[in-house]
Design a protein around this ligand. Structure first.
Ligand code: GTP
Ligand code: MG
Length: 591
């Protein structure tokens, strides 16, 4: 049996928790090193790679298989595992005919493993589970690129039983998620049981097995669905909008249905009106290359799903990554334009009336950034796809709240007309190509700014203080009274008013001395001499009296509402005791 030209290439999405090895697995299949080149070592955009059937059969190590399978190859989709990218994952899941859910056998199921399973359940996508990183099992003897059973049989009994134990944990977790599963070679009915393949994406062990099982699944489940109508109009999704030398703006697309030809009229989603344009050139990445990383494209006259392809056409500047691409005819153009428009409207993002302003390079990453900011309860004033423009600067400059006078950009540039402006403005710009770093940077900055503001405030604000006049320590009775005191809580500074425990102001601290030296403040625990102007010992104050620093009402308010968190436990206790005195007469004092 040869390749059946009527079968379309199945799309296989690789999904799973961050760092469990999706990109490395694809690297192993295509013989590349994409994972090593990623910013922050995480995948942040969907990718696509075509793997021809010959390569797959070759990697399976059994040339006889060549005649058994009819699909022309597999189109692998790499998805991000980081929790921020829920929408990209579901997009990857929605595109898929088949999927691989990868789980680190040593770490077990994690939140995005479960999320991936839920997405596949929702779309009823057949999948296999890959238990990765078996080479990390203590004592494992790697057998490069060997089929799993070959490698397994060469391990010691202890290593084997350790692998079995971890393997059955995965089976148990799948059961909890609602799936029956077994090791792939023991599965007789793939419709009732999920096959699990233990592998190492690092050493290549188990890779032949994955490809075998995938081909089998593709053949069995998909034969019915994969016949395509060669005349069917192409349907796809924009992966990325890219500037290319000599071509201008191009779009990288996954065509998942139908055919796309040079000269076709296509509708492409954008933030405004959908773009209508004519395909000038179709550029295909070489087999086994990730479209995101390809530099040598081949011009072709037409492509058939499923395939990753670069489209060169006029007016693509406003195209939106994540948006649909549809081939239209005279009859369908109006209806399809309206459909594309409403699909984009669905991804508009709820914003708050005050908050940060964010920009990102694609719809998917903008959604991811929004999700993360929401989780941190950081309000968002405006969220848009695109580079930082002059207009953004003008708008953000007008914001008064210093914490929101910021622009947060994920994977975007600052346009040349905005560059000078931003330097002259008091806007703070955060840019990064890793989402969580961007958010951390903003949070760190806010914390720093708050600390600075608090420090400034606490330098000028009267802090609470409680002290006791010590017995036999009256050095002078009045004008001013000079007494020895012990600071019980908080601090006493010069020029603060002093009050008794019933709230009467008795005088002002004119000076503080410690061991004969003038000092400006005395902190808890210190014994010092203080001069109190306006009080007379024996009249308003006497030895062993407890006295308080009289915190003015406005300062008390600031202490309680704005810098409470920066006060020490002992300052807090002193403040509370002081407020209690003040609020005895007036419950709303300082509120
Ligand atoms: P995201 O795209 O961010 O979700 O991660 P990912 O699932 O694509 O993981 P990636 O392939 O980037 O691998 C994460 C780390 O695990 C890298 O340091 C890999 O080298 C390592 N790794 C992947 N597979 C294996 C494996 O089989 N064995 C060992 N020892 N390390 C592995
Ligand atoms: Mg990855």
């Amino acid at each position: 049996m040869a390749v059946n030209e009527d079968l379309r290439t199945p799309i296989v999405s690789v999904m799973g928790h961050v760092d469990h090895g999706k990109t490395t697995l694809l690297d192993r299949i295509r013989g590349s090193t994409v994972a090593e080149g990623e910013a922050g070592a995480i995948t942040q955009h969907i990718g696509a790679t075509e793997v021809p059937i010959d390569v797959i059969v070759d990697k399976c190590g059994n040339p006889a298989l060549r005649d058994k399978f009819m699909v022309p190859g597999l189109l692998f989709i790499d998805t991000p595992g980081h929790h921020a990218f829920t929408s990209l994952r579901s997009r990857g899941g929605a595109l898929a005919d088949l999927a691989i859910v990868i789980v680190d056998i040593n770490e077990g199921f994690m939140p995005q493993t479960i999320e991936s399973l839920q997405i596949l359940k929702r779309f009823k996508t057949p999948f296999i589970v890959v238990a990765n990183k078996i080479d990390r099992i203590h004592g494992w003897e790697p057998q490069k690129n060997a089929p799993f059973m070959v490698s397994y049989n060469k391990q010691s009994e202890r290593v084997k039983s350790e692998l079995d134990r971890k393997f059955y944990e995965v089976v148990g977790e799948l059961y909890n998620a609602g799936f029956n599963s077994e090791r792939y070679d023991r599965v007789t009915d793939f419709q009732r049981n999920i096959g699990i393949v233990p592998i190492s994406a690092m050493t290549g062990e188990g890779i032949p097995d994955i490809l075998m099982v995938l081909l089998g699944l593709a053949q069995r489940f998909l034969e019915g669905n994969l016949h395509y109508d060669a005349n069917g109009p192409g349907v796809g999704t924009v992966l990325e909008v890219k500037e290319e030398k000599g071509l201008g703006t191009t779009i990288d697309v996954i065509l998942y249905d139908g055919t796309l030809k040079k000269g076709d009229t296509v509708i492409v989603g954008s933030l405004g009106k959908p773009i209508q344009t004519k395909v000038r050139a179709l550029l295909k990445p070489r087999p086994l290359t990730e479209i995101k990383a390809e530099e040598k494209f081949k011009q072709v006259a037409e492509v058939t799903a499923a395939v990753g392809v670069k489209i060169s056409a006029p007016n693509l500047e406003g195209a939106l990554a994540g948006a649909p691409v549809r081939v239209v005819s005279l009859e369908t153009i109006d209806a399809i334009t309206a459909e594309v428009k409403s699909e984009i409207a669905d991804v508009q993002i709820d914003t708050d009336s005050v908050g940060v302003t964010i920009k990102a390079d694609t719809i998917g990453s903008l959604e991811a950034l929004v999700n993360e900011l929401k989780k941190e309860e950081i309000p968002i004033r405006k969220a848009h796809v695109g580079d930082v423009s002059n207009r953004d600067i003008v708008e953000v400059s007008a914001i008064e709240d210093p914490f929101y006078k910021v622009l947060i950009g994920f994977n975007v540039k600052v346009l040349s007309d905005a560059k000078g402006k931003i330097q002259d403005s008091d806007i703070t710009l955060f840019r990064n190509d890793v989402i969580y770093r961007l958010i951390d940077d903003y949070k760190d900055w806010v914390k720093e700014q708050k600390e600075l503001a608090e420090k400034e405030m606490s330098d000028t604000i009267v802090k609470p203080g409680r002290f006791q006049i010590m017995p036999n320590c009256t050095f002078r009775q009045s004008k001013p009274a000079v007494v020895g005191v012990k600071i019980i809580g908080g601090m006493v500074r010069t020029n603060v008013d002093v009050t008794t425990v019933d709230g009467t102001v008795v005088g002002k601290v004119k000076g503080i001395q410690s061991r004969g030296e003038n000092i400006s403040e005395a902190r808890v625990g210190m014994e010092v001499a203080i001069a109190i102007e306006g009080a007379t010992v024996g009249r308003q104050i006497k030895e062993e009296d407890f006295l308080f620093v009289n915190v003015p009402e406005r300062h008390a308010k600031t202490l309680e509402n704005e810098i409470y968190d920066s006060l020490t436990a002992d300052e807090l206790e002193t403040l509370d005791a002081f407020l209690e005195i003040k609020r005895k007469g007036n419950p709303f004092w300082g509120k």
